[in-house]
Design a protein around this ligand. Structure first.
Ligand code: PBG
Length: 331
């Protein structure tokens, strides 16, 4: 039995700020944020990324400074992506397995300087391949599943040995989560987590990211034979079920805002930690709207991030992480 108007007025609890705060069903904190950072060679180097205004690639020394900043702001975790030099890219992406590659040096430097912050590392070959694909390709340009997984296992071990806390396979190969988990256990990394990019769509929203890691100009064709079709939702549930059965500790949906329906369905169905990646194209859309005078950045950043919480996310990967954390601290 519910009361009816005028006994019931939903505006009553919205009438004052204290009451709105009291009735808030969801809350965003800095600890909900994962901050993706791009790493480049050199020292004292900051390279702004034209298609991601406000985001830069940082040399290892400066990425450590970002890690200190993030920790001071209460951000829980960083996600690292390397911009591998052109001459170190090859068809087999072998640089991914080099224990002294840019990625491993960044992990070690961050874990030495700021051990309290989590470090998530992407597992996929696209920052290392000359053709820009996430895996190994055959003569026809098809990304081969099992041959790729064999390399991804080694890439995961390379990152875990450097000190990565969360291994995040973003490649969408079949069967890789279970094989990576087995390899991590055997290699003594029982507490290294796997956050699988379980439902990752072949999306038009990744463009600026590919500029950031330097793979856009290299990519031959598209990623539709491994990443998911934006038309599909049931298939996302199957992907999530498989990754969980294989031992994923948490799952990710990507992109973010256009796929909140998937986040909600995954959360309701599986009741496991779900994360979403507010990807580069989403960041660029917000910044373009701000630049056009069409939006208030601060309000839009906080509203979109809160929407992820409402949809069921435990946390969000966002390029706005430091900005959002500063806004939250000032409230
Ligand atoms: C690599 C990877 C991509 C992103 C994260 N990891 C790009 C892609 O799959 O092409 C995109 C992130 C973003 O757009 O911010 N496998």
């Amino acid at each position: 039995m519910t009361a009816a108007y005028p006994a019931l007025r939903l505006r009553r609890t919205r009438a004052h700020g204290w009451s709105r705060r009291l009735h808030a069903e969801n809350v965003l904190t800095a600890a909900d944020l994962i901050w993706p950072l791009f790493v480049t060679e050199g020292e004292g180097v900051e390279e702004p990324i034209a298609t991601l205004p406000g985001v830069s690639r940082w040399s290892v020394d400066l990425v450590v400074a970002r890690a200190r900043e993030a920790h001071a702001l209460g951000i829980a975790c960083l996600a690292l992506f390397p911009n591998t030099q052109r001459e170190r890219r090859s068809d087999d992406g072998a640089e991914a397995l080099n224990p002294d590659n840019l990625m491993c040096r960044a992990i070690r430097a961050i874990k030495a300087a700021v051990p309290e912050i989590g470090v998530l590392t992407d597992v996929a070959l696209d920052p290392y391949t000359a053709h820009g694909h996430d895996g190994l390709i055959d003569a026809a340009g098809y990304v081969m599943n099992d041959a790729t997984v064999a390399v991804l296992i080694e890439q995961s071990l390379n990152q875990a040995r450097a000190g990565a806390d969360i291994i995040a396979p973003s490649d969408m190969m079949d069967g890789r989560v279970g094989l990576i988990r087995t390899a991590l256990e055997r290699d003594g990394h029982a507490n290294v987590q796997i956050m699988s990019y379980a439902a990752k769509y072949a999306s038009a929203f990744y463009g600026p990211f590919r500029d950031a890691v330097g793979s856009r100009g290299l990519l031959k064709g598209d990623k539709t034979t491994y990443q998911m079709d934006p038309a599909n939702a049931e298939e996302a549930l199957r992907e999530v079920a498989l990754d969980l059965a294989e031992g994923a500790d948490s799952v990710m949906v990507k992109p973010g805002l256009p796929y909140l329906d998937i986040v909600r369905r995954v959360k309701d169905r599986f009741e496991v930690p779900v994360f979403a990646y507010q990807v580069s194209g989403e960041y660029a859309m917000i910044e373009a709207a701000v630049a056009a005078g069409a939006a208030d950045r601060d309000a839009m950043v906080l509203e979109t991030l809160l929407a992820f919480k409402r949809a069921g996310c435990s946390g969000v990967l966002t390029y706005h992480a430091a900005h959002a954390a500063r806004l939250l601290a000032a409230r």
